[in-house]
Design a protein around this ligand. Structure first.
Ligand code: 48F
Length: 257
């Protein structure tokens, strides 16, 4: 019966996919642009990487451009990444390029999955696995379960490295610091909180702040700005792309170097 086989095809391959991803090299929390870029380069390097986003459509804040004008801006320094993802672009002035935000977001997602990363949508990461003072994996649950406030326990996924790519809220860094009484690699040892907008400083600092913030836990994108207390930068995306590439390179060096 085709009706039954449609269901069986989905169920059996989905559970295979989930089971294959219970032991990861890298778990990426959040499917924003920085995390997706990281997923692509990590998968391309042959690492086993899965990305978890709480929404139905991963892509974070990239789909909407700025104020729903669905264009984004990228500066010259990050254009090599735009080219790696085969995204069409237009030169706008000396150092700035513009591209369609829908094409850009879908290209990032397509290339990451095509390179071998697995993206789990509708998954919320509600905690990390914290063993021997090292972040060692993620604790996941269905987003609708959490939204409904249902008392349902989560599942555990082991990972050699976890990336916090949760954007402005830097949820994993906040959770690890709050629950385990540890100090993060920031000036105060805590999540400092992002500062008001400054494009040049924000773009530079988001890349500087992309690092291992606690053993086993890396941070990229707006989460890196929030944790280290550096400025937001608005709808210019070069820093996000460069941050995703940087966190991938750090982990590739560590696991394969
Ligand atoms: O915020 P977001 O787009 O991440 P990003 O890579 O990029 C920031 C830019 O979009 C923009 C900007 C550009 O200059 O400032 O804001 O830092 O996406 C974060 C994603 O993480 C998901 C959330 O649904 C979003 O898609 N997310 C957040 N917390 C969790 C999560 C969680 N606990 N579990 C799963 N997904």
């Amino acid at each position: 019966m085709i009706e039954r086989n449609v269901s069986r095809g989905i169920i059996s391959t989905y559970f295979n996919k989930l089971e294959r991803n219970l032991d990861l090299d890298v778990a990426i929390v959040g499917g924003g642009p920085s995390g997706i870029v990281a997923a692509y380069y990590l998968a391309k390097a042959g690492l086993k990487v899965a990305q978890f986003d709480r929404k139905l459509s991963p892509g974070g804040g990239m789909w909407g451009g700025a104020m729903m004008f669905n264009q984004i801006v990228v500066q010259e320094e990050a254009m090599h990444i735009i080219k790696d993802f085969d995204i069409n672009y237009e030169r706008y002035d000396d150092n700035l390029y513009v591209m369609d935000s829908v094409e850009s977001t879908s290209a990032l997602l397509y290339k990451a999955v095509h390179a071998g990363a697995t993206i789990f949508n509708c998954y919320s990461v509600e905690d990390v696995i914290f063993k021997n003072d090292v972040v060692s994996g993620v604790v996941v649950n269905w987003t609708p379960v959490l939204r409904e406030g249902m008392h349902v326990d989560p599942l555990n996924i082991m990972a050699k490295c976890v990336i916090d790519g949760t954007g402005h809220d830097s949820e994993m860094c906040c959770t690890v610091a709050r629950k385990n009484g540890i100090r993060l690699a920031t000036d105060s040892g805590e999540v400092i909180g992002e500062r008001s907008l400054d494009v040049i400083a924000g773009e530079e600092e988001v890349v500087n702040g992309t690092k291992e913030i606690y053993p086993g836990l890396y941070v990229c994108g707006m989460a890196a700005s929030a944790v280290s207390g550096t400025p937001r930068m608005g709808p210019i995306f070069g820093g996000m792309l460069l941050s995703g590439k940087k966190v991938a390179d750090l982990i590739i060096n560590r696991l394969k170097g």
